[in-house]
Write a protein that binds this ligand. Structure first.
Ligand code: UT7
Length: 334
């Protein structure tokens, strides 16, 4: 019997118009463009502004663009999985809001929380529904309005994050293209190093939690960096080894964009030269679940059928993992 794989058949990304540059941040906190660029690689990030605008608005834009490119009606979508740590509401799920906003009236959906690994976790989950033959069209979207949980007086976090979304469409492939292998990992004992202290059931919102700024991202950057460098590289090398891929075989590394130094360390361990690594952190910063699909969006025109891509990420949880996929289509002509 022919093996069915889940292949990405369309990709689209969205970032809001408003830009916050390193120089803008120099006016808010004690930092410098030079420090941010050399320590992280970031030059600017996009920020979603406007009353009532949330993560779902960016996710909806990404999915609408994707449907247009693939020439499908949103009503054809069976399932929307939204990876995010900045849902519109605690409930209902952002995926429910998104399906309504795009008119995907035949789809069901749910949110998936895995912080910066959210997109690859969701890709791994979404692919199962295609591989089993249960569904024909599954959308995986990574979207985060990080500016909604960032303290713009904390220089250790506000320089890193930005807002954005990216979405892919998964469809069945019987020619060996699409997702070949995934490795997903987590270690909840790392939760204290990167989290949002309040707003959940353990510590519901109160005057005190607001006064203590407990609804913002808390990160012990040094510790997270240490784990990220090791785990992202380990899992990327592991997925290469177990699929018999040499560094020559890998066409592209599509890394989570948290810090250029983490990306470089991962590429280095994989034996890849810079020209095989997607890096757009300078323009968007860390958009959490949005980084990897935004890379695919930006590089789509350079991707060819049969290219070997390794996607890898590390994030809060701790969560980390890697996906090996064979790109399934050539860039659109004209
Ligand atoms: O995406 C999910 C996972 N997240 C990550 O992977 C992020 C991992 N962590 C990082 O990327 C880095 O740790 C940061 C970018 C957050 C920080 O860079 P670092 O090289 O680890 O800096 P550091 O925390 O060791 O701080 C070095 C110095 C400190 O000053 P002292 O103690 O040496 O005087 C900080 O206070 O830099 C200072 N510093 C800053 N200076 C200027 C920290 N933030 C800033 C800043 N501007 N924005």
């Amino acid at each position: 019997m022919t093996k069915i794989t889940a292949a990405i058949t369309a990709v689209h990304g969205y970032v809001p118009e408003d830009i916050m540059s390193n120089h803008d941040l120099e006016k808010l906190v004690d930092t410098s463009d030079e420090w941010i660029r050399t320590r992280t690689g970031i030059e600017q990030r996009h920020i979603l502004k406007g009353e009532g605008k949330g993560t779902s608005d960016m996710a909806a834009e990404a999915i609408k663009g994707l449907c247009k490119k693939r020439g499908i009606d949103p009503k054809e979508i069976d399932l929307v999985i939204c990876a995010t740590v900045t849902p519109d509401f605690t409930f209902p799920a952002t995926a429910n809001v998104v399906t309504d906003k795009i008119g995907a009236s035949n789809a069901w959906g749910f949110d998936l929380i895995a912080a910066c690994s959210g997109f690859i976790y969701a890709l791994s989950v979404g692919s199962q529904f295609i591989e089993t033959g249960k569904y024909k069209k599954v959308v995986v979207v990574g979207a985060d309005k990080m500016s909604s949980i960032i303290d713009y007086s904390d220089r250790t976090t506000c320089i890193i994050f930005g807002d954005g979304a990216g979405a892919v469409l998964l469809e069945a492939n019987s020619d060996g293209y699409g997702i070949v292998d995934t490795i997903m990992c987590s270690d909840g004992s790392g939760r204290e190093f990167l989290h949002q202290k309040a707003g959940g059931s353990v510590r519901p919102a109160s005057h005190e939690t607001v006064d203590n700024k407990e609804h913002y991202v808390y990160q012990d950057g040094k510790t997270v960096f240490k784990y990220a460098v090791t785990k992202m590289a380990d899992v990327s090398v592991e997925i290469m080894e177990r699929n018999g891929l040499s560094s020559e075989d890998v066409t592209w590394l599509v890394p989570h964009q948290a810090n250029k130094r983490i990306i470089d360390a991962t590429a280095n361990r994989m034996g890849l030269t810079d020209d095989k690594v997607m890096v757009n952190i300078q323009r968007y910063g860390n958009t959490t679940a949005g980084t990897i699909p935004l890379c695919l969006h930006d590089w789509e025109s350079q991707l060819h059928k049969g290219d070997n891509l390794v996607l890898s990420a590390f994030g809060g949880g701790f969560t980390w993992g890697a996906v090996y996929l064979k790109w399934a289509y050539d860039p659109a002509k004209g």
